[in-house]
Write a protein that binds this ligand. Sequence first.
Ligand code: DGI
Ligand code: FE
Ligand code: FE
Length: 200
Amino acid sequence: MPMIAREEEFKEILQKRLSTPRYIHSLNVAQTARELAIKYGADPEKAYTAGLLHDILKDDEKSAQREYLERNGVILTGSERLAPKLWHAMGAQIYLKQQLGIEDAEILSAVRWHTTARAGMSVLEKVLYIADFISADRVYDGVERMREKAAQSLETAMLEGLQFTIIELANAERTIHPDTLAAYNETVYINETSKRSVRQ
Ligand code: DGI
Ligand code: FE
Ligand code: FE
């Protein structure tokens, strides 16, 4: 059964699990992810489903999120233990598989990497990462610039998003996950290479 046929079921579960603003955020990210998928060549239905479900654990207590990971055999690294905000993305992948029976590897990995990003991301993974930054409910300083980047190219939007995250975290003296740094380094390289090929 295509995931989209389960949209109403997923929405009911989300409404039970999430606060109203977080539920609205999820609907907005789903919508934006679908649009970006159409624009950049990922599967729009998978993007919508991943967007809908990406924050499904976000409103659970942090202690419950951590227990859920441990119960499922996830061993947190030192920097992951120090970053509770990463746990909802790690746990969501397991929840989608176990509780919702979602087996689509592309949806699962888009949800898994939506917070840190990583090197070697698929188009769908990038689409969700960016949709989370520019969904209709986002109001932070710089969101308009991010929306412009997302309209221009997936890679410049990735660079903007990763730069933004790393700067915020460094300013707050938070740890930066190695996957985030790897994503950043790779994205700089991709953007440099494409600039050079335009010049030639
Ligand atoms: O769940 P959302 O709020 O919609 O968005 P998200 O899943 O991207 O989470 C954003 C939060 O995660 C934000 O407060 C910064 C934090 N975060 C993102 N990347 C890293 C990180 N925190 C640490 N410590 N390290 C990271 O690399
Ligand atoms: Fe999230
Ligand atoms: Fe989100």
